[in-house]
Each structure stands twice: as structure tokens, then as C-alpha cells.
Design a protein around this ligand. Sequence first.
Ligand code: FMN
Length: 193
Amino acid sequence: MKVLLINGSRKEKGCTYTALSEIAKVLESEGIETEIMNAGKMVFDGKVNEAVKEAVEKLKSIDGIIVGSPVYYASPSGEILMFLDRLFGAAEADLRFKPAATITSARRGGTTATLDVLNKYFLYNQMPLISSRYWNMVHGSNPEDVLKDEEGIQIMQTLGTNMAWILKSIEAGKNGGVAQPVAKEKVFTNFIR
Ligand SMILES: Cc1cc2nc3c(=O)[nH]c(=O)nc-3n(C[C@H](O)[C@H](O)[C@H](O)COP(=O)(O)O)c2cc1C
């Protein structure tokens, strides 16, 4: 089993990365493979097409996904929004039914608004959202601050444990004959006809 963790920050090894790494450590300790992809940096460097293409390939062989973003002006980073808009257009079917989680990192405020925006990508696409023991956030302006945020670190670790539990439960269900739902062809209407 494998979980892809996507860092939506333009900083490769900043606060969001530090929080994602705490989740990855727990997943690895549960026997689940992990990979952190620095999509935010790629988009910031003007490589949005490459980032989406790379992620589309990776999605084919993963079982769960976690997206992290710093808070920018009380919202997710522009980089992660551009990336997710494109990714969900390109790989909706490969993402569907896979458990997902979102996390955020802020110096001070705008965290729940950021999580709300990020969660909607997954809620739109029939993906079970994994929760923790509080809203999935850490606080800090640098990785050292984040590591001092004991509550935030526990939230990340609990999220890792819960993601591992759901992934293993899905696997056990599959082995026991519980079939994944079959996606129906979507009915699209508008408000005119
Ligand atoms: C453009 C920009 C906007 C920001 N806006 C906010 C904000 O609205 N609220 C906040 O608490 N922190 C804000 N920050 C601080 C970052 O969210 C915070 O330091 C975060 O932990 C950085 O994560 P990173 O190291 O992964 O990039 C902002 C930072 C930048 C660069």
C-alpha cells in the first residue's frame, strides 16, 4: 500500500513539509509506503504541466492521498489550487474512492477556511475524508516552530494512524468480498433546462 503526500508550498522543506513528514513517519511505521511530492514548488517554478503529469502517473499506483498547503491570505496557496484544479480535471477516475486527507500550516490564522477549500476537491469526487483529533493544522513560520507545536504534531500523527487504519480496513474489505462502488455516469443539469 502507498500514500502520496503532496506539498503545496513553494518551500520544499518548510512547515508544510515538516507536518507531512510526521504523517509519513507514522504511515511507514504501519508498513505503508509513502512519497512526498513538492508540487507547490514545481508550480511556483512554472512547471505546472510537468507537476500534473507526474502526479497523474503516480496516482495509478497509490491507495491514499494527503494534500498539505500553507495558508496564504487565509486561503490555500495559489500553487496548490492551480495544481488541484488541473489534477482533478485530468485524473478524477484514478482518485475516486481513494481515502484522502488535507492539512495546513499557518503562522497564525486562516487555517479552517483553507481546509474547507482543500476538502471540497475530495468531497466532490466520492473520496472518504480522513480526520484526526482536531482540525488538521500546525502552526509556525519555520520547521523548528512546527516541531514545537506539540498539539499540531499529535494531530498529524493521529491522522497517520487513522489513514493507516482506513487503508487496511479497505484492503480487508476487498479481500473479504466487499466490492468498491461502481461510479455511475453523471447527470449534469443546470438551472435553465
Ligand atoms: C504569501 C503569504 C501569505 C501568507 N498568509 C498567511 C495568513 O493569511 N495567515 C497566516 O497565519 N500565515 C500566513 N502566511 C505564513 C505561512 O502560512 C506560514 O508561515 C506557513 O507555516 C508556511 O508554510 P511553508 O513553510 O510550508 O511554506 C503567509 C505566507 C506567505 C508567503
